[in-house]
Design a protein around this ligand. Sequence first.
Ligand code: TRP
Ligand code: SF4
Length: 325
Amino acid sequence: MERILSGMRPTGRLHIGHLSVLENWRRLQNQYRCFFFVADWHALTTSFEETGGIKKNTVEMVADWLAVGLDPEKSVIFTQSDVIEHAELHLMLSMIIPLSWLERVPTYKDQVQQFKDQGKDIMTYGFLGYPLLQAADILIYRANAVPVGEDQLPHLELCREVARRFNFMYSSVFPEPKALLAKISLLPGVDNRKMSKSYSNDIGIFADPEDLTRSVNSMITDPARIRKNDPGHPEVCVVHKYHTIYSLDKVSGLEEECRKGGIGCVACKKMLHASLDSILYPLREKRKEIMSRQGYVQEILSDGAQRARAVAKETMKMVREAIKL
Ligand code: TRP
Ligand code: SF4
C-alpha cells in the first residue's frame, strides 16, 4: 500500500476551516497507509520563546482529529518529537542541500519580514531550515504522497529536489513524493477576511451552541439590505458562502428568496445555524467522550510513536548504508 504523510502544527483547538482538511485525511485512511503527526518541532521555529502551550495544544489537537474520524487502528498518529529519527535525517540532508535552495523558498523572506513588523526576530538557523525539516518528516517514512494545501507546494517541491539529489549522490532510497491537492473549501471568517485565530473571526469546530450562535449572528451579510424585503445579493454575503457548503439541499431556494427579498437575514442565519449545528453536534459529542477517557489521547500518541519509529529506523538504516556511515 502506498504511504501518505501529513502534519499540522499544534496551534490548539481547530476551526471550521480545518474541517475539510481533516475530512480529506479521513477519506485517505481507506486507500493509503497513513502517517499523521503533530509538528511540535515546527512550532519551535517561530515560538521558541513561548513553548508553554505546545504540549497541551498537542493533546487538544489530536482529540480534535479523533473526533473528526481519524482512526488510530487505520493510521499512525504521533508527535514529531517522539521520533528523533526526523532530526537525524534532517541533519544528513542539511549536508547536501545548497543554502540557496532554502533562501529562495518564496515564503521565507516574506515571513521573516512579517515577524519583524511584529517586533520579532526569527532570523534563526532553525527557521531557515524548516522546509528541510519538513522534507525529512516526509522522507523518513518514504512517503509516496502528501496531502497539502496550495501554500505548501513550494515546500513539497523542495522535498522532491532534495530526494532526487540524495538518490543521485548515494543510492536510490527515497520515492519522490507527489502532492495530493484536495478540494479544500476556503471559508472566510465571520467578517469576510481570511479565517484566523489572530483576527478572532474564526468558528471553532467544537464551539458550544452559544458560541456558534454568536458567530453566525456576527456574520457579515449584504450591506445593501436594510429592510428584510429589500432584494439581496447573496454573492457578497458570508452567510450565503456557508450555506453553499453546509446547506446543500436548501441553498438554491434560499438564494432565490434572498434575491427577491422573500427572506430576512435573521431567518436565513437561523437556518445556517441549524445546518452547522447538525454537522458539529455529533463531533462535539464524540470529542467529549474522547476527552473523558483519562490518558486515552496520550496512549494513542505513544502507540503511534512506536509504530512510526519502526519505519523511521528502517529508513535511517538505509540512509546510513547509502552514505557509508
Ligand atoms: N509546515 C506544515 C504547516 O505549517 C506542517 C508540516 C510539517 C507538514 N511537516 C510536514 C505538512 C510534512 C505536511 C508534511 O502546516
Ligand atoms: Fe445573506 Fe441570507 Fe441575508 Fe441574503 S438573506 S443577504 S443570503 S443572510
